[in-house]
Design a protein around this ligand. Structure first.
Ligand code: IPM
Ligand code: MG
Length: 402
């Protein structure tokens, strides 16, 4: 059969997916049809560099995808657009509706970072972060995968003791389209002459159940342990979260489930991080815990992420990929940023949206190789070590990629 056209077009021809069936986010299998095809695969990638160091690291992520395209004979068609502060400056909004539409029609979105002091006014109606939240919600990317893996060569770059973080391999799955970030009401108002504000931690059982299924399925393919975070001792939304996760656990007797209070988890994470395998968390707890977890790897500059919706039967689907480090305005424009989190995010894009597992692993292996060879950007370097700039670090990855 002809196998040209964009991946989205091909997916449209497939039967509607079972909402949980395709949701296996570790090691998506490349489509066998795909392998059998002699056509060159074409992938439409929407590139949204954003603000701060976003554009600098994005340039390197795109270069790596181009190199993968050349080596493995895939065509990546890049469309560039603005988001966040850059979009506010150019268009007055954090993301334009046409950008959102473009994202929906793409194979995947590669995202840099948004925000910076220039747009920090807390009273402003328009804020850079709205661009990111509109993409997460508009594309229904409800599952945010944040792998936290301690790289042996970087054990000494962490502020934690090497013997504590050695062997850490955690996958945090953060709920991304509900909870405190999106619950209504969310507003600021003046009542009886006094300022007040409210956020709402709304969750329904379907939103929790699909997170639980995803967590259990993912844990099944790993060390068979699932940790679910909540504050069930205080919050009604957390009690529902715990109840639904417990109900779903009956379908996965082979996976060990533990419920951990989110505040206690912040402690366990730096005391005994090796005890965790797959962790599921609501939107807010997941946000907080992953910043903390990034320190287990030595530097935030190493951590990629994938934001995914319900996947198709072949285990792939539209996703957005971004480093978790943010826009780092203090080092923007200085060529100091570590591009590895962005490059690893590109690897996740290859795996989860393109179904290119071999290519994803090749990129990850090249990143591991440069780190093992002792190459360091400023965030990873110890005193006296030679420091590479953003482009030189990416060059080293490209060299090893061949
Ligand atoms: C993240 C970030 C975002 C979030 C910000 C930039 C809106 O902290 O992706 O973790 O809070 O989700
Ligand atoms: Mg965060």
């Amino acid at each position: 059969m002809g196998y040209g056209g964009s991946r989205r077009e091909r997916q449209r021809q497939r039967p509607a997916p079972d909402p949980t069936e395709g949701a296996r986010y570790t090691r998506a299998r490349p489509s066998t049809l795909w392998k059998a095809s002699t056509c060159m695969a074409t992938f439409d990638i929407l590139v949204l560099p954003g603000d701060g160091i976003g554009p600098e690291v994005m340039a390197e992520g795109v270069r790596v995808l181009e190199a993968v395209g050349q080596k493995y004979e895939h065509v990546f068609k890049f469309t560039h657009d603005v988001v966040g502060g850059a979009s506010i400056d150019a268009h007055g909004v954090a993301i334009r509706p046409e950008t959102l539409e473009r994202a929906k029609a793409s194979t995947a979105v590669l995202f840099g970072a948004v925000g910076g002091p220039k747009w920090d006014n807390p009273l402003a109606d328009v804020r850079p972060e709205q661009g990111l939240l509109a993409l997460r919600s508009g594309l229904q990317l409800w599952a945010n995968l944040r792998p936290v893996v301690a790289v042996p060569a970087l054990l000494h770059a962490s502020t934690l003791k090497p013997e504590i973080i050695e062997g850490v391999d955690i996958l945090v799955i953060r709920e991304l389209t509900s909870g405190l970030y999106f619950g209504k009401p969310q507003e600021r108002r003046v009542v009886n002459g006094r300022r007040e504000a409210v956020d709402t931690n709304y969750y329904n059982e379907d939103e929790i159940s699909r997170m639980a299924h995803l967590g259990f399925r993912t844990a099944r393919g790993r060390k068979k342990k699932l940790t679910s975070l909540d504050k069930a001792n205080v919050m009604a939304s957390s009690r529902l979260w715990r109840e639904v996760v417990t109900e779903v656990s009956a379908e996965y007797p082979d996976v060990k489930l533990e419920h951990v209070l989110a505040d206690a988890m912040t402690m366990h994470l730096i005391r005994r991080p090796r005890d965790f395998d797959v962790v599921i968390a609501d939107n807010m707890f997941g946000d907080i815990i992953t910043d903390e977890a990034s320190m287990l790897t030595g530097s935030m500059g190493m951590l990629p992420s994938a934001s995914l919706g319900t996947l198709g039967p072949d285990g792939t689907g539209l996703g957005m990929y971004e480093p978790i480090h943010g826009s780092a305005p203090d080092i923007a424009g200085k060529s100091l940023a570590n591009p590895l989190a962005m490059i690893l995010s590109a690897a996740m894009l290859l795996r989860h949206s393109c179904g290119l597992e071999d290519e994803a692993r090749a990129v990850e292996a090249a990143v591991t190789a440069v780190v093992e060879a002792g190459l360091r950007t400023a965030d990873l370097a110890s005193a006296g070590e030679n420091v590479l700039n953003t482009k030189a670090m990416a060059d080293a990855v490209l060299e090893r990629l061949g």
